[in-house]
Design a protein around this ligand. Structure first.
Ligand SMILES: [Zn+2]
Length: 160
């Protein structure tokens, strides 16, 4: 038996949670008192779980960012997603990136089929890759221009 230092009631050890840091291996509060104090804590701190969820999310986002950053290439590529032909296009998606790992993850997140993606061209600069990408879009390949509004590459509202 052990006396709870909160409610002062003597209870069997089964009524105490285990605590390895204590000399007898059990918490000083009984289970019932422990539950009450936890409940009181959450009532006093209603945002605890919310905050913890946000912190976790931020942590994992930052980790993912770091992982992707480390895969950044020293050059730019123009790539094609041969299995991704979003309506109303008849030709596959073409894009450019210097971080295919990140780009493909993002595509998948957006629901695009990235299976069998291929590198079409390799350039030293972003501007060169952008110009090549625009050539593909001008030929009717799908890409950024599927978004509403003028294409950031060609300035045209929609590719034919
Ligand atoms: Zn107690």
């Amino acid at each position: 038996m052990k006396t709870c230092n909160k409610c002062g009631v003597e209870k069997p050890y089964t009524e105490f949670f285990k605590d390895k840091s204590r000399s007898d291996g059990f918490q000083t509060k009984c289970k019932q008192c422990d539950k009450i104090s936890i409940k009181a804590y959450f009532e006093k701190n209603p945002d605890y779980n919310k905050q913890r969820g946000q912190n976790n999310k931020k942590y994992f986002q930052e980790k993912a960012k770091q992982r992707h950053q480390s895969k950044k290439l020293s050059y730019w590529i123009v790539y094609m997603l041969p299995n991704c032909i979003p309506s109303p296009y008849t030709k596959p998606y073409v894009g450019k990136t210097n971080n295919p790992s990140y780009r493909m993850t993002h595509h998948k997140y957006k629901g695009r089929d990235t299976t069998g993606w291929i590198e079409l061209h390799r350039f030293d600069t972003d501007a060169e890759a952008l110009a090549k990408e625009a050539e593909y879009h001008a030929l009717g390949y799908a890409g950024k221009c599927e978004k509403i509004g003028p294409c950031r590459n060609t300035g045209r509202s929609k590719h034919k």
